[in-house]
Design a protein around this ligand. Structure first.
Ligand SMILES: [Zn+2]
Length: 140
């Protein structure tokens, strides 16, 4: 999938559901978001898809603040919509793989107005995308 296609999917969802709130959009798509309490260093969020024909479940660490949880949820929602993997998590390695890049691009396109940035977001590498998201997460 190209970066343009991913950005387009995110923008269409925002228009369709008149919201940039990933929790609201997940609810409309019947994707369950669950809050679980973990130490903040252990895990931020993850997604499980028990079967490829079933809607996935998103898990968010309840110990983070609201703004951070929105970032995690938007990223996991990106996996839910773009990928069919049985499991994915919001991990700390910015260079991990293309699915992480796609989920980060989706999250930014959903949460932010792409015109706010001086570069096309679909041209940004994963390191830059992850840095923008991390800037909005309070890890302490
Ligand atoms: Zn991920």
């Amino acid at each position: 999938m190209t970066g343009n296609e991913i950005v387009e999917i995110a923008i269409k969802l925002k228009i369709k559901y008149k919201s940039t709130d990933p929790f609201k959009i997940a609810a409309m798509l019947k994707i369950d978001c669950n809050f679980v309490s973990f130490s903040k260093h252990v895990v931020q969020a993850y997604i499980l898809r028990p079967h490829e024909n079933l809607e996935p479940f998103i898990f968010i660490n309840s110990n983070f603040d609201k703004k951070s949880q929105q970032i995690f949820c938007a990223h996991e929602l990106g996996h839910a919509i773009l990928h069919n993997n049985p499991c994915n998590h919001f991990d700390g390695n910015p260079l991990s793989n293309s699915t992480e890049h796609e989920a980060n691009l989706f999250a930014i396109a959903l949460l932010f107005n792409p015109q706010l940035f001086n570069t096309d977001i679909e041209e940004m590498n994963n390191y830059t995308l992850k840095a923008i998201l991390d800037h909005n997460v309070s890890y302490t």
